[in-house]
Design a protein around this ligand. Sequence first.
Ligand SMILES: Cc1cc2nc3c(=O)[nH]c(=O)nc-3n(C[C@H](O)[C@H](O)[C@H](O)COP(=O)(O)O)c2cc1C
Length: 130
Amino acid sequence: MSKSEQTEFVIYRSEVIHPQDHLSNLDILRAAEARNGTLELTGFLSRDHRHFVQFLEGQTADLTKVMSMIERDPRHHSMKILASGRQDARQFADWDMGFAPVTGDKQQALGCRNATEIRTQLQNAARAGG
Ligand SMILES: Cc1cc2nc3c(=O)[nH]c(=O)nc-3n(C[C@H](O)[C@H](O)[C@H](O)COP(=O)(O)O)c2cc1C
């Protein structure tokens, strides 16, 4: 994906419904990866035990469309836009949707570029959690 193109970006925070290592994270990322790839949206999703924080960037019409779908998604609520605007270059040009769960006590962010990496991380987390 070209880095030097004018795009719009948005960063929001919302409150999670499911616990940290729930497999719904994987469903979200699979849907995001598929649709974002088609629409040329890129970005990054992070969560801890209470909040999602997502950075999403792309062409205005596509971003608006997907943001309204995300806002209606019952797996989170109370979305609050933290920042939005236009930018001359993408921040996450190679990431259909990166994912970084942050574990509460360790505050350790795990970056994953695609659904395969995310599945591995979630399986490891589920195993470690017992
Ligand atoms: C926190 C969060 C982030 C999401 N990010 C994206 C995204 O970047 N791109 C996308 O296409 N869908 C994303 N989704 C999923 C869409 O909201 C979901 O696919 C859409 O509402 C349609 O629902 P369906 O997949 O059950 O048909 C996200 C969902 C949540 C809860």
